[in-house]
Design a protein. Structure first.
Length: 220
């Protein structure tokens, strides 16, 4: 029986990822560079070590761009795109049902704490989470399982008692490596990416398509 649910944040609770990709893609287009999803996917749900979209045009293509101005421009465009984003379908239902059922609820994100706090407060959902683990708490983010391992330790639950909710290949890999049960609900961007298949993973288009009672009984 599931005793705890640990949510990913970006792309899972609210789709920040599609907005980032579109902001970068539009900016790259002004320099006649096509930012492919395959290329950009290297930094989805993880750090910018494999691919840094802020610096690629300068470091790899040697374009004369002011790094600080480019970063400010991208972040401004992203903020505008995020004005139309809402909590993803089914997320609020799961949060409310989990709380009513007495389950422990955590969050594990590869983003910084300040970033997660901003949107958790904006969406008014911070109080649902007993534990929030971010990139500030670990040496390695997803696909490394450290974030999920820390979240489970803090919640006092075992992997087989925990359900992770994820949207990206890197996140799903991290949850699987931590031994957790996983529901994978790709967003408008990550649905085009290739996911590995794991024994304790269930894939769906939305949490609305996954019955909560069956999920916590893991009879999917």
């Amino acid at each position: 029986m599931i005793k705890a649910i640990v949510f990913d944040f970006d792309g899972t609770i609210i789709d920040t990822e599609t907005a980032w990709y579109n902001a970068f893609k539009n900016a790259y287009k002004e320099y006649n560079v096509d930012l492919t999803l395959e290329q950009y996917s290297q930094c989805i749900g993880t750090s910018l070590h494999s691919f840094n979209p802020y610096e690629y045009l300068m470091t790899e293509l040697n374009l004369p761009i002011d790094k600080d101005e480019f970063r400010i421009r991208i972040q401004g465009d992203h903020s505008e795109l995020m004005n139309i984003e809402q909590v993803r379908p089914g997320v609020m239902d799961y949060l409310k049902l989990a709380k009513e059922a007495g389950l422990k609820i955590g969050l594990a994100t590869s983003s910084h704490r300040a970033w997660a706090d901003k949107y958790l407060d904006q969406l008014g959902i911070r109080d649902y989470f007993e534990v929030i683990q971010t990139s500030d708490d670990v040496e390695k983010v997803k696909p490394d399982p450290a974030l999920y391992v820390q979240a489970m330790d803090a919640l006092g639950v075992k992997p087989e008692e925990t359900l992770a909710i994820e949207d990206s290949p890197n996140g799903a890999k991290a949850a699987a490596a931590a031994g957790m049960n996983v529901i994978v609900v790709p967003n408008a961007l990550t649905k085009f990416l290739e996911f590995e298949r794991y024994d304790k993973a269930h894939h769906a288009e939305s949490l609305m398509d996954v019955d909560f009672q069956r999920a916590i009984a893991w009879t999917l």
